[in-house]
Design a protein around this ligand. Structure first.
Ligand SMILES: Cc1ncc(COP(=O)(O)O)c(C=O)c1O
Length: 418
């Protein structure tokens, strides 16, 4: 005989919305990836000199509407090396958003520059151009907008500011493979676009990264930096620039070549499901999906992000997410600590990167205030990973049903303690 539970909520012993049903796994692969790996293995050319990297660089440059692509070890080194390629000198300030993965700012420190944080737009969680302009000083040399979750940042305004103040723009496209702003693929709008192919990314090879650009000089400089300072037509032991080994292996490149073939189909699916979910979740009180700007002509949905209002639900985000997870929906709080709040930033623990003569003494990240980002991190932002959006329409209905169920039964969670 079934035990009668007091609550409908799975967290309190009720029946789950999704019992024994899984969302699609990530990464996804098949025979083509396996055969490709074997092909590289048997070729004996596993690193520099293989054809897979070259093939991928050509295809990915084209995919992102760019002339050039240079692969690298990951999407952190790509950002650092892009800054170096632009010739941003030590101590220069680079404007970044605080609601992003650590690397957007640490790459700046690793390029011996100073990250300066500009708040995000409350509707898109991407960097707010008004806040960029307010953060500019005579030492500002570059902006790194992040196309957060796969939606392009406000690039028209960002490029206008960059032109006015003569700043470089390095687009952090780690979440945005194939995303478009007014029909242009991200990475093709600023000076350099930076991508990550780390396991969770929409295009992935375990680890890996690439820069794209329409500027030959910058792309060649990136190529040189990732290949120990060599130059394309130079000799093996001719090091024209300071660089290191940031090269991608042929194993990673062969996987990327296979994964790239599937990216369009997957992006369409994510976009279909994301748009459907936007409509369904907007009907639930206290839940607001991020706004999609009309300029965002193709959204890559690396994350499905929505805003949670703890006042409407009467319970903190942590409890809401625990209840949702118990229903079988894999949602999380995402970036819950902003970069400038991280202990090493507060302590200015930058190892040898302390050559910022004019700024270092006065630099104090505890004085940085980005209220919109702080609200998103501390209790408003909720995330689901892109693989969830590769599910069926029924899977999306389950997500909406579970959130609605938590809302309807929210009062039972008022005194919930883990
Ligand atoms: C926005 C953003 N930028 C940069 C990176 C760094 O990429 P990688 O992990 O390949 O170094 C990530 C990775 O998660 C990211 O999310």
């Amino acid at each position: 005989m079934a035990v009668k539970t007091k609550s409908a909520l799975a967290l309190l012993g009720g029946q789950k919305i999704r019992e024994g049903k899984k969302f699609p796994a990530w990464p996804q692969y098949g025979k083509n990836e396996a055969n490709g790996l074997l092909r590289v293995l048997n070729s004996g050319v596993w690193g520099y000199g293989g054809t897979e990297t070259e093939k991928f660089e050509k295809a990915f440059a084209e995919y992102q509407h760019c002339k050039y692509c240079v692969t690298m070890t990951n999407g952190s080194n790509t950002l650092r090396n892009a800054l170096l390629a632009c010739g941003i000198e030590a101590g220069a300030e680079v404007i970044v958003p605080p609601y992003t993965f650590l690397a957007t700012a640490t790459s700046v420190i690793e390029a011996n520059c100073v990250p300066v944080f500009a708040d995000i737009d409350p509707d898109t969680y991407c960097i707010d151009p008004k806040q960029i302009e307010a953060a500019i000083t005579p030492r500002t040399k570059a902006i790194i907008p992040v196309h957060l979750g796969g939606q392009a940042a406000d690039m028209d305004k960002i490029m206008k500011i960059a032109k006015k103040y003569k700043l470089y723009v390095i687009e952090d496209c780690a979440h945005a493979h194939g995303a478009e702003y007014k029909g242009k693929r991200v990475g093709s709008i600023g000076d350099i676009g930076s991508f990550s192919f780390q396991s969770s990314k929409n295009l992935c090879s375990g680890e890996g990264g690439a820069i794209v650009s329409n500027n030959k000089e910058l792309a060649d400089k990136c190529w040189s930096i990732q290949n120990c300072g060599r130059v394309r037509d130079g000799a093996w032991y001719q090091h024209e620039n300071l660089g290191s080994n940031y090269r991608l292996s042929q194993f990673q490149a062969v996987i990327l070549n296979e994964q790239l073939k599937k990216l369009d189909k997957e992006t369409e699916k994510r976009e279909q499901n994301g748009t459907y979910l936007d409509k369904k979740l907007s009907l639930i009180p206290g839940i607001r999906p991020l706004a999609r700007k009309k300029e965002s002509t193709r959204l890559a949905y690396h994350l499905y992000l929505f805003r949670y209002d703890a006042k409407v639900f009467g319970i903190p985000r942590k409890t809401f997410l625990a209840a949702l997870t118990a229903e079988g929906i894999p949602a999380c709080e995402g970036y819950s600590t902003l970069i400038y709040q991280q202990p090493f930033m507060v302590k200015k623990q930058f190892a040898s990167f302390t050559e910022w003569k004019h700024t270092n003494k006065s630099l104090d990240y505890t004085k940085t205030k980005c209220p919109v980002a702080e609200k998103a991190a501390s209790g408003e932002g909720c995330w689901m990973h892109q693989s969830v959006l590769l599910g069926t329409k029924k899977d999306m209905d389950d997500i909406a049903a579970a959130i609605a169920k938590v809302y309807e039964n929210r009062k039972e969670l008022t005194n919930y303690k883990k």
